[in-house]
Design a protein around this ligand. Structure first.
Ligand SMILES: [Zn+2]
Length: 315
């Protein structure tokens, strides 16, 4: 199995988060692990609003505030994926959370690489690489440029690409043109979260910045001409069905355009976004979309092939 869109903070083991919270004195009262997981780590089955979903990132982000914690999280997630028979995964995180902790971005990147490589050492049949996320915002241009420079520095040594994550509706993709101009100058490949919290225009902006792979991208379906362009140019979409339904990227699962995009020839891939917060693993997600959209095993094999082709590592 191959997965291209997986966030480290949203895939943290609940038991590890609980232990780190205790060690770090982070206040998160809960009677036991189950209550801790439900209250702080997992989006409720029927999430009432986006805010409730996003709140579930608070504790993971807070407890991942040291390079040591990042190292442990990267190691454990890679172990979890290896245990489930993954052949390849791209794991992403934003090293600039460091700006609030006193550690440098580089320390976080090296810690994540170290943790991931340690786990890979014990799983010789699996490959993995990190995607470093720049963050949407209006006061962090320097931090984003540093993230791109670090991507360039560690490219091929544990890191495979950069990304842009964060509130797409608030900070339009076009605001980050200079960040991606730097990425192109440094030969840094990248994907961009687009077409999730904002519509087709955001997808067009991401394409105009040279992205040939997009995080989500599903709201491109609102524009049939754009769908044709995605198919024609073989732009890969990292689709995360469960997460899209939880964050209300569309009104409900019925309106999710997974089938429409696939039938139109768009290179859609299957991903979980956040294993813990969305409470889903790739094998579950595949079963879920097969049931929901009637995808056959052959369709899933096609999507896995799309993922292999779109991977930032040559497989
Ligand atoms: Zn994402």
């Amino acid at each position: 199995m191959i997965e291209l869109h997986l966030h480290l903070d949203g895939s943290l083991r609940p038991a590890t988060a609980m232990e780190l919270a205790r060690e770090q004195g982070v206040e998160a009262p809960a009677a036991d692990l189950e209550e801790f997981t439900d209250r702080y780590m997992r989006v409720p089955e029927d999430c009432p609003d986006l805010e409730t979903c996003l709140k579930r990132f608070d504790i993971p982000i807070r407890v991942l505030s040291s390079p040591e914690a990042i190292r442990r999280a990267a190691k454990e997630l890679t172990e979890d994926l290896a245990g489930e028979g993954f052949s390849y995964a791209e794991i992403r995180f934003a090293p600039q959370y460091a700006r609030f902790t006193g550690f440098g971005q580089q320390e976080y990147v090296e810690a994540a690489i170290g943790g991931m490589k340690e786990a890979l050492g014990a799983a010789p049949s699996m490959k993995a690489a990190l995607i470093l996320c720049c963050m949407r915002g209006d006061d962090n241009q320097q931090e984003n440029e540093e993230t791109i420079r670090l991507t360039a520095r560690y490219l091929g040594s544990g890191v495979c690409a950069a990304d842009l994550a964060g509130a797409e509706g608030l900070f339009p993709t076009e605001n980050f043109a200079s960040v991606f101009a730097l990425a192109r100058k440094l030969d840094v490949p990248y994907t961009i979260h687009a077409g999730e919290g904002a519509g087709p225009e955001s997808v067009r902006q991401a394409l105009s910045m040279g992205a040939w792979r997009l995080g989500h991208g599903v709201r491109a379906a609102e524009d049939s001409e754009l769908v044709r362009e995605l198919a024609k140019r073989k732009i890969a979409l990292e689709v995360c069905y469960t997460s899209n339904v939880q964050t209300r990227a569309m009104k409900n699962g019925e309106e999710h355009p997974f089938r429409l995009l696939y039938d139109a020839g768009v290179h859609v891939t299957v991903n979980t976004d956040n294993r813990t917060i969305s409470n889903v693993r790739l094998a579950d997600e595949i079963g879920k979309i097969q049931k929901k959209f009637g995808f056959t095993d052959q369709d899933i094999a096609v999507m896995q092939e799309y993922a292999r082709e779109a991977a930032f590592t040559r497989l």
